[in-house]
Write a protein that binds this ligand. Sequence first.
Ligand code: HEM
Length: 524
Amino acid sequence: MEIAAFDLIPIFSNTLIVIITSSAAVIGLISWRWWQQKKKYSSLRSLPSPKGNWLLGNAPQLLAAANENKFSSSLSNWANELGSMYILWFINRPFLILTKPRVIEKIIVEGHKDGTVARDPELRELWGNLFGGPIMIQQEGSEWQWRRQTYNRSFTSSHLSGYFEIVERACLQVVETLQGAADKQKVILVDPLFAELTMRIICRLMLGIPLDRNSPNHEGPPLEPQKLYEALSVLTKQFNAEAAGENKWFKYIPTKPKQSYWAAKRFLQEFVSPRVDLALQVAGCKQPSSAEVSSLFEKSILVQLAKQPKFNQQMLCAETIGIIFAGTDTTAHTLSFTVGALGINPRVYQLAQQEVDQVWQLYGGINSKSLKELTYLQGIIKESMRLYPVSNGSTACVTTRDTVIDGVDIPEGTSINWSLLAAGRDPEEYQMPDEFLPERWFKDQQRDAQPLTILVFGSGPHRCLGESLAMLEATVMLALLLRYFNWEIVNGRRSLEQLGQNLTVFPQDWMPVRFKVRERRENS
Ligand code: HEM
């Protein structure tokens, strides 16, 4: 049977009507949602915001900042331009950025306590993806509590004094390397050196890997700090891209960077999973033969965690990668900035060296007792973290109901993040904010009864698990450096001003330093 052309007209016109109606419905729905969002967040339109694209808002700037590893410095630069509270628009979605230390602290502590804010669900998902499973930092309520309690058992003060010897031995390895470089008048990039130091310490504590490179280690592949460090960096790059808005499915496109991402994931998994399997066996008393497991491994934090039956293989692998990451970059970059800050502040440098020499004389060296006397050094580390905070806003939150922050109405569903770089230079909190003044951290020097806020380790229940360990590592390393060397920062102030960022903030030039062995008279 033949179909005449005019018989097809009703079919085409019906199809056309369906297409037009459904397109109109979709456009209508999108416009309605757009308008609803606009109305919901209208109170935020009065807050300052960097000039953005009419449709995408500040999304292109945020993605560019993440790609160029400049997220932290961009947040801080916008704060200088726009003030202590501003908005970034991601298309139509608002991100409130805070820079007043006490306002930030109030949100983290009270906001979480009274339920006004919760950890950002998207960031929580990203943390899980980053390390390959659910980890403590993403958790809330009882899921967070049992994890933290399990970890806390390995971070009591008696454990920490036990860790002193390990930290000191690892720091002395760095001193040895620097002595070799100083003899040859070689410039050393201290940041990678400190990253290796902190990685060796955290892998010794977490996985029982001996500090001595030549000691056998049967529980898994050998520790290759540089490879491990690079793998972690690749992962965090992906985290940053997704945090700044890159679609999570993009990582499945087989481009070179994405292939590196999957290779890094595999490398990390292969490094930790044999150790996790063994830890589960040791913890379950299905003891492998003693040749397979060292006593260092048996006493490792991983084996202690594995004794908690709620942890399964995948969770332990994710926690292990997470702890290696958390314990490496943060402390290493803090040490680099501190060495840099001392290099450009001769008055502070001299006072620090005097303190170390006095304590050394009194106690015959640096030990767990004399460490407590190094109060000026501790002020220096805090001051360095105030001016050069290495962590920044990776644990942002979202308002769960309408609320008021620093006098401004903030609707439910607003993402909140902060700039610690700007917060550390807030003139209301810190007098002469651009000056490097360790003395400001001494109680008798403070203006009012309320101590100065230090947010670099976070605040509230999720406050950094490794704070005391990080302070121990930084104090011992710095004391040994001051005792054995004088140094000069090759690029001067520039090393402290040009900041790079992966997840943490670091000196972009890796802090090149020229060390000179100190000539000391006997008993001085
Ligand atoms: C200078 C060094 C360090 C800095 C600046 C730092 C910074 C931070 C910050 C800001 C948080 C809070 C995140 C939040 O509010 O959710 C945090 C949490 C955490 N840090 Fe550190 N950290 C440092 C060293 C370490 C070390 C050495 C470890 C190794 C044990 C570590 C392990 C952790 C863990 C496991 C958490 C999550 C705590 C929880 O969710 O309860 N950190 N850190």
